[in-house]
Design a protein around this ligand. Structure first.
Ligand code: NAP
Length: 259
């Protein structure tokens, strides 16, 4: 299926590895002109080169911490008026809520709530003027089904989810959509963070905890970043204009609910 976004400009943040990288690849395959970011230059340049080599897409790589104002400004300087914005940032640390300080909470809110909100604020008005905009926030299945050791993530992402629920309804008449894509357990570096925390808590080794977790997923496997990237590209497509303010779970059936 042609997603109808060839030649559109996209920002994909936190895109040197994992889910962000996969989203960038999927959009590049659709002929989108990319600006990608991450803090570490080496992996970011490697990803940019791999995307160019595989897809022939134009890719601008910006070394930036998108949890900071300066980082977001650097990304926007490279692509001031994106048609597509994929908000992503590293997840917060895992642990026991009793240990989390105000600084830990502010860091989580900066990364997983305010970063996306500030970039939405900076980009939606030109999208409205052009009558096209697609914004996808990478959040987490933890928004629907909290993961206890990831309380910083549960809390900060819930704030973003509430904000998006309201603002997405204000923008829909302009063909500007905002949706959240909620990963369950995907095969990236990040999946090791909760697994390590659970292993420490339960006195087990990480492989045992991982196997136990996978056995609870109806699909009986981790998700592949490719599957996630393709879902993201679809939410960014011309055809997805009637998805408004949705929280789309992609989790192999792990969250057990009817709706
Ligand atoms: P990952 O494989 O660890 O990749 C994280 C990417 O984000 C890297 O490219 C990293 O590069 C970049 N990054 C981190 N902090 C950044 C910042 N402040 N500014 C710019 N770039 C930044 O993680 P992932 O699995 O793709 O996860 C992506 C998001 O989905 C995270 O928020 C994660 O918590 C969430 N999530 C993941 C899963 C899963 O199963 N994988 C499940 C639920 C939620 P640098 O470190 O070089 O900046």
């Amino acid at each position: 299926m042609d997603l109808g976004i060839r030649g559109r400009a996209a920002i994909v943040n936190a895109a040197s590895k994992g889910l962000g990288r996969a989203c960038a690849f999927s959009l590049a395959r659709e002929g989108v002109v990319l600006t990608i970011s991450a803090r570490g230059e080496e992996a970011l340049q490697e990803t940019a080169a791999a995307i160019r080599a595989e897809t022939g897409a134009s890719v601008t790589a910006v070394v930036a911490d998108v949890a900071t104002e300066a980082g977001r400004a650097a990304v926007l300087a490279a692509c001031p008026e994106p048609d597509i914005l994929v908000n992503n940032c590293g997840g917060p640390k895992a642990g026991n809520f009793r240990d989390w300080t105000r600084d830990d909470w502010i860091a989580a809110i900066d990364s997983n709530m305010l970063s996306a909100i500030e970039l939405i604020k900076a980009t939606v008005d030109p999208m409205i003027a052009r009558k096209f905009g697609r914004i996808v926030n990478i959040t987490s299945s933890a928004v629907k089904s909290p993961i206890a050791p990831l309380g910083l993530s549960n809390g900060a992402r819930a704030g973003l989810t509430g904000f998006v629920a309201g603002i997405s309804r204000q923008l829909a008449e302009h063909n500007v959509t905002i949706n959240n894509l909620l990963p369950g357990a995907f095969d990236t570096d990040r999946i090791r963070v909760p697994v390590r925390a659970m292993a420490a808590q339960q006195g087990k080794d990480e492989d045992e905890v991982m196997a136990g977790m996978v056995s609870t997923i109806p699909a009986r496997r981790l998700g592949s970043p490719y599957e996630f990237g393709e879902a993201c590209a679809f939410l960014c497509s011309a055809q997805a204009g009637y998805f408004v303010g949705q929280n789309v779970l992609i989790d192999g059936g792990q969250v057990n609910s009817t709706l």
